[in-house]
Every structure is written in C-alpha cells, then in structure tokens.
Ligand binder design. Sequence first.
Ligand SMILES: [Zn+2]
Length: 341
Amino acid sequence: MFFTHFSQEDLRPSYFEMFAQERLLPTLKPALRFVLQVFAQRHPRLLPVALKSDEIFTFLHFLLELNSLRKNQASCAEAFYGLRRGHTFSAREASSAVEQGPLSRNEIVSSLVCLVFIPYVKQKLDNLYEEASGSALADMFFQGQNVQQHSMWKTVFVKVYPIFHALYELWFFLQQLLFLFGKTRYYSPLLRLQGILVRRLTAEELRAMPNNTTTSSSKFISLVDRIIHLLKIAAIGGVFAFKFLEWLVAAENKLPRNASYIPPPPVPLRPSSKGISLPTDKSLCPLCHQVRRNPAVCVSSGYVFCYQCIFTFVERESQCPVTKMPSTIHDIQRLFHEQSM
Ligand SMILES: [Zn+2]
C-alpha cells in the first residue's frame, strides 16, 4: 500500500513517488533567489531583478511546465519520475488511443493554474501576512509614538489569514492521508478538482520515449526543446553544485584554525548612487538625521539606523535605504550595547 508495487496492470504511483515529485521544483526557488542576490551584491544595477525573484521563478516555472505538459502530458517533476497525467490506473485502458493522446487544452490550462498560478498567489499571501503581522507587532511597541494607524483590512487580514492557511493545509493533508491509505485516487485536492489522475507510464509509453524528441516539425521548436532540456539538466546540476559548495564551506569552517588568527572584517557594502546619503556624523541615523534611538542594523547591508526608521522604510520599500540591497523586516536586528541599554 505504502510502497511501489510494480504491477504490469496497476499504474497507480506510490505515495512516496508523488511526495518526491511534489518537492522537486520548490527546492530550486531559494537557489534562484540566492544566485540573484549574489549577482545583485556584485552588480547593484541588477537589484530590481533580484527584488523580482518570485516573479522570475514563476515565469520560468510556467515555461517549463507548459513545455512539459504539451510534450510529456505531465508536469516537469512528474515526467522526471516517469509519471504522466491521465484518467485511469488500468494499463489496459491506458493503452487506448484517447489515453495515449495529448492532454486537452482545458486540462493544460487548469494544470498550469494549479501548478504555477495557485502556488504563486499562496506565496504572495504568505508574504503579505508576514509583513502585516510584523507591522501589527511594531504598532504594539511604538504605541503612543505617533505611528500611523493601519487600515482596517490589515487587522482583519492578520486575524483571518491564519485560519484560511490552516484550513488550506488541512485540506491537502487529509487528501494525502486518504491517498496514502488507498481511499482516494487523487494525491492532491487540486488534482481532484481537475479530475486528473497522475499515473505511471505504461511499458509501451516507456519504450516509445526516446522517439518523442525527434517528432518536432519545426526547427525552432526543436531548438527551444533542446534549450529547455539543457536548462532542466542545468537546474538539477545547479542544485547538486550548490549543495556541494554548501558542504565544502561547512567542512572548511570546521577545520581547526590557528587560535591567534582573526579573519579580517568583511569589506562594507558601498552606498548606492540611488540610495540616501550618509550623514558626516556617524552617530546619527541616516534616515532621520537624529541621534539613533533603539539602534538596529539592516543585516543585508550592515548599516545602522533607529529601529523605527528602518522598520518603516523596509516595510514600505523592501530594500536597504543606503545600499538598495533587497531586505525584509526579518533582516532588521536590534543592537544592544551599553549606550542604548
Ligand atoms: Zn532615525
């Protein structure tokens, strides 16, 4: 029930195959964000691009899924695990002409909505909630300090969203639990809504696979196919290279060091030409030009401001005011030293 049962007749995938394919692509998102941030640090002109990492990922994801749904009748991750979208788990029925044919236009559109659009909207709502709940917390601290009142919708959203989020996750969890125990044929509620089954490829389909790549009629389409294929390999290779580098850095940090050696401090990030200018008196806050109150550092750039000044700025602009580095309210850290205690 839980594990793969390689039956010629039953094409139902195991829970673990479905779980693994579901987790494949989301792991690339933080990798893309990290790469864009590193580029933005080196070339400040790329900052607007780094700020749009979610949208860039969604666009690339859309192209990959569209290509895969049209070519493999499966999402990228499903195709990677030898699965495809269909309407039956029976191998006999799967060999019929309708089952072997491509997905209908409506099925491709609904699959794209469920694979790309819904996760993007959910991510944006999660981000919105983090921002809104963060500013609600700040309001508690700054009460009576002339803080602008947040609108009514924000308060309602902060209260209602966790309930919606919990119900949404519960819906997925229950569906997966039913799938795990063989009580439903659909792994996710979104597949259930679409009425689409994800099944293993039949033996004939597996045998026919290598020929698929040569069927493209136009040279342009075959070139695009080849580029997308290379991108897919590069993405998977990139994940392994990233993990290897992560391991290498961790291993290097564990090496015993000469106790007297102290590494030099990192070079400070240069202020951006579009950022605010720094006051000559270093004890002043670059935003309000007063002596800093409750000093706080913007961790992504290292510059120090009043907590309230930097919080309000980052919440509004999502970047450091001096360097223009992409930042969130989670990058703000209060500094506790003698003068400010
Ligand atoms: Zn200030």
